[in-house]
Write a protein of this length. Sequence first.
Length: 144
Amino acid sequence: MRHDATTVPTGLSLLKRAPPLLALLALASVTFADEGTTGPNGGQIKDAGKHHLELVVKENALTVYVTDAKHQKIITKGAGGTATVLAGKSTANVKLEPSGENALAGSSKFESTPDLKVVVSLTLADQTPIQARFTPLEKAKTGK
């Protein structure tokens, strides 16, 4: 059967196209399954490329834990980064340095307001930079 711009697909032709579309939807739900959940350290998790970043905020300190998609620790030796903290009308820049096996940490003076937003930019050793945006004081879903 020939199709042109005026032909409406029949039910059968739509069914033939459904499996690839369903596969894409399933992949998207798996890829972003951890986005916004609470991580093992009590912080918010965001996807950043092939990594998961968990941001923990305590008073004027930030800690970012780095894992892969299967929650395996990624070594942060040789890594570096920054976090831009937006709280109310003020902005603070935090330098992040390796801290422990799979974390980067830093501190600066900032208010923990309900609208707190944090943009984290990291460069892991011999890798391209990654970035994630957090709303750490927003209620998160319970993680695994």
